[in-house]
Design a protein. Structure first.
Length: 340
């Protein structure tokens, strides 16, 4: 754990209210935000109706924030988010839901244009939604499903609503330890010329998430906007919904064995409030100059670790390849234009 100096999100209103805390793998969202007033701050959180996204939204509204939660199924989300509405009511925050399918660029454009027409700004965007290790499939626009959902949908959404992100705002993009499995393949992003592997596809999409943050940070830091990618940590959410119990158990055993062989401590599952903490830390608490363009884990900037062990901690250095980040941006624009 490292010692960090934090302020409330409205830094211009909180001079002299600094405090020192120790944050790490076991820090929870509420511990991070203790004493932080988020009234008058507005956030967009994708995938807000379950798991880490739900807890991220809850913690923000529980400290007075206004959250726009993007969800795939409004009726299902309303039921799931009842506790978040309660937390908002008690703290003076608010929760607004919008229906968004990241696997449909038409849906992305429609929701983004609604937000633009509304005109209210965001202090931070948290690109949280994602799918993991799915059977082979394509989005309605013909893009490999994991790359299309995890990366391209967020890329299209964030860039379309970027004018709503305030000066000195933040973009947080959820990546994963799985980025260590594979770098992006810009020549064959849709697995048209190679056998499909669900974990490789997932790893590529998570590397793409981090490279997007790197390039977005480069393009917008001139107005104080900073972007970072986040490894939330492993927790029992519904993300691995495509795994049987046996498959999931086998994965945990594989991870444990690989880490043991590398002399690393066994993996630990986080509680969901701990897993959501790094997203909240990046969006609200961290020094944005320190995290801009970086990959974060356990409420800190992760070290670069280029060991080939896919289950090691830290970031592979290809996450920070600025040339590849620029090429991915161009490829993403090409894919979006081809679908329009």
């Amino acid at each position: 754990m490292s010692q960090k100096k934090i302020k409330t999100f409205n830094e211009h209103e909180t001079q002299g209210k600094e405090m020192t805390e120790k944050f790490g793998a076991k820090t929870t969202t509420d511990e991070l935000l203790s004493g932080v007033d988020l009234k008058a701050n507005r956030f967009l959180v994708t995938g807000a109706s379950s798991g880490i996204g739900l807890e991220t939204s809850r913690s923000l509204v529980a400290h007075g924030a206004s959250v726009v939660g993007a969800v795939r199924d409004l009726a299902k989300a309303e039921r799931a988010l009842a506790s978040v509405r309660d937390a908002a009511l008690q703290a003076g925050g608010s929760l607004e839901l919008i229906e968004l399918d990241l696997a449909s660029l038409q849906s992305v454009r429609a929701r983004a244009d609604n937000l633009l027409a509304d005109g209210r700004p965001f202090h931070a965007i948290i690109a949280n939604a994602g799918i993991m290790a799915t059977p082979f499939g394509r989005t309605v626009d013909g893009v490999e499903l994991q790359f299309g959902t995890n990366h391209l949908g967020h890329f299209a959404l964030v860039n379309r609503i970027e004018p709503l992100l305030v000066d000195n705002g933040r973009l947080v993009v959820l990546s994963s330890q799985a980025h260590r499995v594979a770098d992006v393949d810009l020549d064959d992003p849709n697995f048209e010329h190679q056998a499909y592997d669900p974990f490789v596809a997932y790893g590529r999409s998570k590397t793409a998430n981090a490279l997007f943050a790197v390039e977005f940070d480069r393009r917008h830091r001139s107005r104080g906007v900073r972007a970072a990618s986040v490894m939330p940590g492993n927790s029992l959410t519904d993300l691995p919904r495509h795994f049987s119990h046996e498959d999931l158990q086998g994965l945990f055993e594989t991870v444990g064995k690989a880490r043991a062989e590398a002399g690393l401590p066994p993996p630990e599952l986080k509680e969901i409030p701990q897993a959501a903490a790094t997203s909240v830390w990046a969006a609200v608490v961290a020094d944005k100059a320190e995290i801009g363009g970086r990959y974060l884990e356990d409420c800190s900037v992760a070290p670069i670790n280029d060991t080939e062990n896919p289950f090691a901690d830290g970031a592979r250095s290809y996450l920070f390849d600025v040339e590849k980040a620029s090429l991915l941006w161009a490829k993403s624009e090409q894919l979006i234009n081809a679908a329009s």
